[in-house]
Design a protein around this ligand. Sequence first.
Ligand SMILES: O=C(O)[C@@H](O)C(=O)CO
Ligand SMILES: [Mg+2]
Length: 253
Amino acid sequence: MKFSANLGFLWTDRALPDAIRAAKAAGFDAVECHWPYDVPAAEVAQALAETGLPMLGLNTRRGDVAGGENGLCALPGRASDARAAIDEALTYAQATGTGAVHVMAGFASGDEAHQTFVDNLRYACDAAAPLGVTILIEPLNRHDAPGYFLTTTDQAREIITEVARGNLRLMFDCYHVGRTEGDVVTRFADLQGVIGHVQFASVPTRGAPDQGELDYAFVFKAIQAAGWDKPLGAEYKTQGDTDASLNWIKTLA
Ligand SMILES: O=C(O)[C@@H](O)C(=O)CO
Ligand SMILES: [Mg+2]
């Protein structure tokens, strides 16, 4: 198994370039992040070059987080903010060789939000295609992100079909699927054709994967048996020191 360290949650006690170095030292095959925008892209690119790790993904900016926003791209009337966030993410991705951008929908519902998301995703995909960047959409579970526009993998698949762009894929986060839909291995098999990246954390506590109700020994074997050989994103919250949370690699890899 290959693993990608999600530096939005792992090694958050250090600056992003040092978190990349820590992931390399811990044996990860890749890294990914959430919102790297406070760190100059050149510093991230330097740490990636030094370690040889690829950056698999980053997210579009969420908007006014203090004001309760969690993404902009499905918000009616906010197309210019959404597209500025998409442009910013693609510029950062290009400067760091990042392979994918997760376009965050935000808190919204209804037909207008749906159409807004579809239009903004087409904009993102068309801008990303010449750069060789994949666009990802990710359903978030209703416990952690109540009111988020994108809530299920079926909804995501319908949107991917409607947007009809070859570089739009699903971020299959086993944690969100486990909390909202269950049946993780069957959902993975059913959706494999539209999946662009896989993430994981324990269910329901979002901790390391060697705890909780979801048996990741089983899940990882099934994903591997299905022919998925890309790094799986370790996107879990630690109780303190990240290095002390990594025992699962020995048992689950
Ligand atoms: O699962 C998550 O929360 C993340 O993958 C993310 O991108 C931010 O919400
Ligand atoms: Mg995720």
